[in-house]
Design a protein around this ligand. Structure first.
Ligand code: H2B
Length: 103
C-alpha cells in the first residue's frame, strides 16, 4: 500500500483557505468541521458521507451528536498526517452539506 505524501504547512494552508468553516486540529494532523442540523437529518447526512468515503476509499472519524455531525479527517497511511486525500474528502462533504441543511 503506497503511503500518501504528507502535505507541507503551506500546501495545507492554501487548501484550507478554499474550505470555509473547516479547521485544523491543534497538532495540524487532522482536518475538522462540526455541522449543525436536526438529529435525524444528521444521521442521514452521516450515511451519505459514509457512501462517499467508501467511494474514495478514504474514511473520516464521524461523531453523531444530538444536533451535530463532527468530521475529523487524517491519512492513516501517512502516519496520521494530512494529505491531498483528506482535502478531497472534505471538499466532497462540503459539496453535499447544503443539500442536507447542514451548516
Ligand atoms: C486497505 C484500505 O485501502 C486502507 O486501509 C484505506 C482505507 N481508508 C483510509 N482512510 C484514511 N483516512 N486513511 C487511510 O490511510 C485509509 N486507508
Amino acid at each position: 500500500m503506497p503511503t500518501a505524501d504528507p502535505l507541507s504547512h503551506k500546501e495545507i494552508e492554501d487548501r484550507l483557505a478554499e474550505l470555509p468553516g473547516w479547521q485544523l486540529s491543534e497538532d495540524e494532523t487532522s482536518l475538522e468541521r462540526t455541522y449543525h442540523l436536526a438529529h435525524l437529518p444528521a444521521a442521514v447526512f452521516v450515511v451519505h458521507i459514509a457512501r462517499i468515503q467508501d467511494e474514495l476509499n478514504h474514511h473520516s472519524d464521524l461523531t453523531l451528536g444530538y444536533n451535530t455531525v463532527t468530521v475529523s479527517i487524517t491519512t492513516h497511511s501517512a502516519g496520521g498526517r494530512l494529505t491531498a486525500k483528506d482535502f478531497d474528502l472534505a471538499r466532497r462533504i462540503a459539496e453535499i452539506a447544503p443539500g442536507h441543511g447542514a451548516q
